[in-house]
Ligand binder design. Structure first.
Ligand SMILES: CCCCCCCCCCCC(=O)SCCNC(=O)CCNC(=O)[C@H](O)C(C)(C)COP(=O)(O)OP(=O)(O)OC[C@H]1O[C@@H](n2cnc3c(N)ncnc32)[C@H](O)[C@@H]1OP(=O)(O)O
Length: 230
């Protein structure tokens, strides 16, 4: 380990195994070559009959801040002291821009953002696209690519857009850049969101939080508006 890291108390916890964990022989080794990886389009590739996304007529105007969708959301809520407090704005078409300042609470390695936190920032930005389609959708699949390390103190500039829609499936993509909208790419994601009814949250969420959210007229009206104005 670098002496400077040892001095600040950081210890690498991963260890490379040098001995086999089992004496059972690999059954695949005796039965011929390993199977080929799956070929053809993956689940993040829209099918040929997917449609182009359509911006809802009541979507926020380009440049308009979207505001948190829920005050306790780890991605955007104001009531989460260690959350990301990601700030998103509507873009042109079915696109979003967002900013997230990496703080000391978001570290993985010393001075660097945790990969899971960066995946959350991408997920939250992609989830904000719901406001432009005016549908409620949840992440079904999220594929992330970590291109550059992201130091604490960085403002990550994110942009996301919907690429296609097929029945309840919403295909989208996002990029995060260091320091500015034209900065070097640090993270990327492709995702598939699946449209759900508001009942998805009511039926599955812990009752304590559901009751509190339903008792908040602003919260309730905002979410229901998605369903009555398709
Ligand atoms: C109040 C605040 C509001 C606003 C709330 C906004 C919150 C934003 C927060 C950020 C976003 C999040 O983190 S959301 C939280 C993380 N995500 C979740 O918790 C989701 C957990 N998963 C689920 O609940 C479920 O698996 C669903 C809803 C994703 C899918 O279940 P389902 O509703 O039964 O749908 P199902 O019929 O199976 O599938 C419909 C179509 O989608 C495809 N499909 C479904 N899942 C997948 C998948 N993982 N990968 C590929 N494809 C999939 C199917 O093949 C099918 O295609 P075809 O037959 O039509 O071709």
């Amino acid at each position: 380990m670098e002496p400077s890291l040892a001095r600040c108390g950081w210890r690498a916890t991963a260890r490379v195994r040098s001995a086999p964990v089992s004496n059972v022989p690999n059954p695949g080794a005796a039965s011929g070559p390993a199977p080929s990886p799956p070929s053809g389009p993956g689940p993040l590739t829209p099918p040929a009959d997917a449609a182009a996304p359509v911006r809802h007529p009541d979507a926020p105007a380009p440049g308009e801040p979207l505001g948190p969708h829920y005050e306790h959301c780890f991605g955007c809520g104001e009531a989460q002291p260690h959350g990301l407090r990601l700030r998103a704005r509507a873009g042109e078409g079915v696109s979003i821009t967002a900013e997230f300042t990496v703080g000391p609470d978001h570290q993985g390695a010393p001075g660097l953002a945790h990969g899971g936190v960066l995946a959350t920032a991408l997920d939250e930005t992609l989830g904000s696209l719901n406001w432009l389609l005016r549908v409620v959708a949840v992440t079904g699949r999220l594929q992330t690519e970590f291109v550059r390390p992201v130091p604490v103190g960085t403002v990550l500039h994110l942009d996301a857009r919907v690429t296609a829609v097929h029945r309840r499936k919403i295909y989208c993509t996002a990029t995060g850049r260091l320091g500015g909208p034209e900065g070097p790419v640090a993270v990327r994601a492709d995702a598939l969101f699946v449209e759900v009814k508001v009942d998805h949250f009511i039926d599955n969420g812990r009752q304590e939080e559901i009751r509190a959210a339903m008792a908040d007229p602003d919260q309730f009206r905002r979410v229901r508006a998605f369903e009555v104005n398709p």
